[in-house]
Design a protein around this ligand. Structure first.
Ligand code: COA
Ligand code: AMP
Length: 633
């Protein structure tokens, strides 16, 4: 007999319109949809066409109207500054309405873009919701990116307003945001109506007369603004993510489908109830932060924790347990790398024993492969279900998970369990044929993608088709390779493109290569991801110098490391490069990055039949050993 999960899953694929229409009853619409799914223009599918709603209303106002006004909505816990602050739903409503009014006062209307470049402070969530309130489109940029990356996003999104702060705080240093911001605005050459600055006491900054406004003053002066109805298909936000070149992709999220899917996921995947405390320890700059710090927990009427700190060092490896215990967290979500960091500092889990974790029910991990050691450590020490789940910026919510809100399926280490209802997952060969269980292939999703998934890329419909939809006709290409086992469990093995995963952060080695290639002494280069015990992967560069360059290799390496930090940002964690005489290539000139990665990680590999000169591989091995890889770590 089929279990509950199988039943729900089967129904979601057999009758997607009925399934999602039912889920849509759980949200407040100002106008009901005319059609659940518009499939008239594939691969551009649209959900809830004709419907109107407001995302902010569903996240905030409706809970105040339903009597949750005095309940905590956002709990800001910042061990890095020693501050804590709780915003109830009523207080959040007041702030968001003011912020929306402030934006309107600065000329922002429905459809206009606002860039949010803020650290993990409550103003980040308030700004996002304020945009949603008036139908403006936000684009949040992660604080660890450099001015250049911010500039690319400004140029593409063309915002009317940027909201930023005087500084961000990392362990041991205060990062002045203003020079980065001013630099980015200058590089972009884009004209803004206004720049709003949250002045933080750790380091304030000078405001530019006329262009800049102080957050506090502008909020005090603002007239609160009400929620406006927007089309379900109108964009809610743009979130830029690494592509295969230095040009980031602007992933678009719509209002209606996002609202329905995320609310559904809180109950059915995460198994959380209204009024409970939910914590996603990520950053608002990433998709996890958008979906599971801000939107989904608030749609569900939960209290959401906004954590400004690190899993270790702020002040110690017990901070997660302190927060779980103090705020009675039921469900937590973070990246495996955070747990590896904690495990390294507190291998016996001694700090866990200091806290009352009796409310803590489930731990969800995502963002990178969950290695069995980390899974076991978390299970042994916490004695609660530890759920690996798999998804991407593009999908906005999990593709593969153990949906404990529906039925807790048995866990298989190394697998994020089964495809979530709504996702018709297929493993395909290069000719678009489905592969049998156990065979490795391209992990694809048969179209249409469920609600909440990206309808397109910002101003780049052609790129959307070419990058995701063209290679496997009728399917979305996840760019992950993997297989399904005989029970339908998914095993996600590796990316099929140049994306690497560093501490749960998605980065493009192609973008790093573009920076290295710009160094005047570099003739050719390659960047690969090498295995790292803490961060999962780290980037490593190979440099072939131009003929006649006689300078010290260390000096050149130091310069390229600095260039990547300045152009992409510290988050790239690019710290190692080595100079080689030549790169291994196929006879047609393709650089054998995969082979180099196998050598670095001491994995078995076959010398590719198409290699131009196999002798180069021992030179590469030697170079890698020189920087602590290929068995010399
Ligand atoms: N603003 C400015 N700089 C930032 C930043 C931000 N928001 N976030 C990170 N950085 C900097 C760090 O200070 C570090 O700089 P450094 O080279 O001077 O040391 C660099 O970027 C790399 O940061 P990170 O990868 O975070 O490494 P870390 O050594 O500081 O911390 C972990 C390691 C594992 C503790 C940390 O990566 C972590 O908590 N990861 C959780 C991952 C996560 O939340 N992923 C989101 C998806 S769920
Ligand atoms: P991002 O868009 O930043 O969320 O990164 C998405 C990518 O991270 C996926 O395509 C995977 O390669 C990887 N990823 C995320 N979650 C998992 C997981 N649970 N297991 C394996 N890989 C994952």
């Amino acid at each position: 007999m089929a279990g509950k999960f199988d039943e729900v899953y089967a129904r979601s694929l057999a009758d997607p319109e009925g399934f999602w229409a039912e889920a849509a009853e759980d949200v407040v619409w100002t106008k009901r949809w005319d059609k659940v799914l518009d499939d008239s223009n594939p691969p551009f599918y649209r959900w809830f066409v004709g419907g109107e709603c407001n995302t902010c209303y569903n996240a905030v106002d409706r809970h105040v109207e339903d009597g949750r006004g005095d309940q905590a909505a956002i709990i800001y816990d910042s061990p890095i500054t020693g501050k804590q602050r709780t915003l109830t739903y009523s207080q959040l409503q007041d702030k968001v309405a003011r912020c929306a009014g402030m934006l309107r006062g600065f000329g922002v209307e429905k459809g206009d873009r606002v860039i949010i470049y803020l650290p993990m402070v409550p103003q980040a969530a308030v700004s996002m919701l304020a945009c949603a309130r008036i139908g403006a489109v936000h684009s949040v940029v992660f604080g660890g990116f450099a001015a250049n990356e911010l500039a690319t996003r400004i140029t593409d999104a063309k915002p009317k307003v940027i909201i930023s702060a005087s500084c961000g705080i990392e362990p041991g240093r205060v990062i002045a945001y203003k020079p980065l911001l001013d630099g980015a605005i200058e590089i972009s050459g884009h004209e803004l109506n206004k720049v709003v600055i949250v002045q933080r006491e750790q380091e304030t900054c000078e405001l530019i007369e006329g262009r800049d406004a102080d957050w506090k003053e502008a909020m005090e002066a603002a007239e609160p603004a009400d929620c406006v109805p927007v089309a379900a298909t109108d964009p809610l936000y743009i979130l830029y993510t690494s592509g295969t070149t230095g040009e980031p992709k602007g992933v678009v999220r719509d209002n209606g489908g996002h609202l329905v899917a995320l609310k559904w996921s809180m109950k059915n995947i995460y198994g959380v109830d209204p009024g409970e405390t939910y914590w996603a320890a990520s950053d608002v700059g990433w998709v996890v932060g958008h979906s599971y710090i801000v939107y989904a927990p608030l749609f569900r009427g939960c209290a959401s924790i906004l954590f400004e700190g690190k899993p270790v060092g702020t002040p110690d490896a017990g901070v997660f347990w302190r927060i779980i215990s103090e705020h009675k967290v039921s469900v937590m979500f973070t990246a495996p790398t955070a747990f590896r960091a904690i495990k390294k500092e507190d291998p016996q889990g001694e700090l866990i024993k200091k806290y009352d974790l009796s409310n803590f029910r489930t731990l969800f991990l995502a963002g990178e492969r969950l290695d069995p050691d980390t899974l076991k450590w978390a299970e042994d020490n916490l004695q609660i279900p530890v759920i690996d789940h798999w998804w991407q910026t593009e999908t906005g919510w999990p593709i593969g998970a153990n949906c404990i809100g529906i039925e807790h399926l048995p866990i298989k280490p190394g697998s994020p369990t089964r495809a979530v209802p709504g996702y018709d997952l297929r493993i395909l060969d290069p000719d678009n044929n489905e592969l049998p269980a156990g065979e490795l292939g391209a992990v694809c999703i048969k179209l249409p993608l469920p609600p909440g998934n990206f309808p397109t890329l910002w101003n780049a419909d052609d790129r959307f088709v070419e990058a995701y939809m063209a290679e496997y006709p009728g399917h979305y290409k996840t760019a992950d390779a993997g297989y399904l086992d005989e029970d339908g469990y998914i095993f996600v093995m590796t990316r099929t493109d140049d994306i690497i995963n560093v501490a749960g952060h998605r980065l493009s080695t192609g973008a790093m290569e573009e920076v290295l290639a710009d160094h005047p002494d570099v003739a050719e280069c390659a960047v690969i991801g090498v295995a790292d015990q803490l961060k999962g992967q780290l980037p490593l560069g190979f440099l072939v110098l131009s003929a006649g360059v006689e300078r010290s290799h260390d000096e050149i390496v130091g310069e390229v490391v600095k260039m990547v930090r300045e152009r992409i940002g510290p988050v790239a964690a690019f710290k190692t490069a080595t100079v080689v005489a030549r790169l291994p290539k196929t006879r047609s000139g393709k650089i054998l990055r995969g082979t180099m990665q196998c050598i670095a990680d001491c994995q078995d590999y076959k010398v590719p039949a198409t290699i131009d000169d196999p002798a180069i591989l021992s030179e590469i091995e030697e170079a890698l050993q020189g920087v602590g890889y290929a068995g010399k770590g």
